[in-house]
Write a protein that binds this ligand. Sequence first.
Ligand code: NAD
Ligand code: IPM
Ligand code: MN
Length: 351
Amino acid sequence: TKLYKIANIPGDGIGKEVLPEGVKVLDKVGGLYGFSLDYTDLPWSCEYYVQTGSMMPENGIDILSKHDAIFLGAVGFPGVPDHVSLWGLLLPIRRQFDQYVNLRPIKLMPGMNTPLAKPGKIDFLIVRENTEGEYSDQGMILAEGTDEETVIQHSVFTRKGVDRLLKYGFELAQTREKKLDWATKSNGIYIAMPYWDGRAALMSKNYPDVATAQYHIDILSAHFVRDPARFDVVVASNLMGDILSDLGAACTGTIGVAPSANLNPEGKFPSMFEPVHGSAPDIYGQNIANPIGQIWSGAMMLEHLGEVEAAGAIMRAIEFVLSDETAPRTADMGGTATTQEMGDEVMARLS
Ligand code: NAD
Ligand code: IPM
Ligand code: MN
């Protein structure tokens, strides 16, 4: 039977509660579809940082590179500054493995309560740039401690970085409704964002069958709430895509169900799969975190590994659970179920 080597990084907070739910669903579906998963459990986290002084060992990237994929919970917890934990673990993985596409499906599942008055059909993909842009390590503090104190943090967009993301977005759009929208803010950020617009317009010439529109990020956010049915593939920079993905997820009911794939599309390095949400320190330890975002991320991982049927089976089980009003629901969906009860329910409906 086929064997996939998976690096598990539960990380912090509810990452440690939801990751096991993802793993148990993956194992069951593997049994049903004739493959198995060999996990390496890695304790890299804020606790690990407190013990060792770093978020992962020096050869951490090397260890990960020997795996077919990375399955991650969440990183960051009070006690360790967020920029230390994130720039010590999550962001270096995305960068070192050139996971330049952060693919984040936004889908209103049957049975979910949305806060939107007129949701229509919500089913689109955010294609978020994941290795450069506003998340940059270039900057400085000038005249520190004086009245002239000035803080600068550059956004860095490379032609290669912008073009490869756009190319991915257009090729994806060709497999769907042939419609691509992109987010910029070229009225205000007048060097970098018109550059994006120019590259997108140029790239679109290679895909004459794909209809495109540019939106400024402010009105795009409004459309997410007022008329999300218009979207199919939405391409955005690192920060804009980050904000849009929590907004989009909230429009579909709860960020607890939203999945993501950090992809190295060329397959030169392992890709990483994790829920969109963070470590949720406010609910950690109560065993009420929604595991669906993690489980759905597991389905994206299987699809990436080529186990398309097994991925589909997980998705059907998730839809089955969410659309059944009598099924257990975690607190973010208005219920009282525990994390395990929700995971068990997905397990029970796998076939
Ligand atoms: P968060 O996503 O952790 O939590 C935001 C809110 O959503 C909280 O009220 C939380 O209880 C709720 N929530 C999140 N996931 C849920 C789930 N599965 N079920 C039910 N409710 C859920 O965002 P935050 O509070 O801004 O960040 C907390 C920490 O997580 C910070 O250290 C942050 O840097 C980190 N973070 C990490 C990632 C990641 O690892 N990819 C993503 C976002 C935030
Ligand atoms: C996410 C998170 C991360 C990001 C943070 C924790 C650095 O918010 O995965 O959405 O902004 O990419
Ligand atoms: Mn985020």
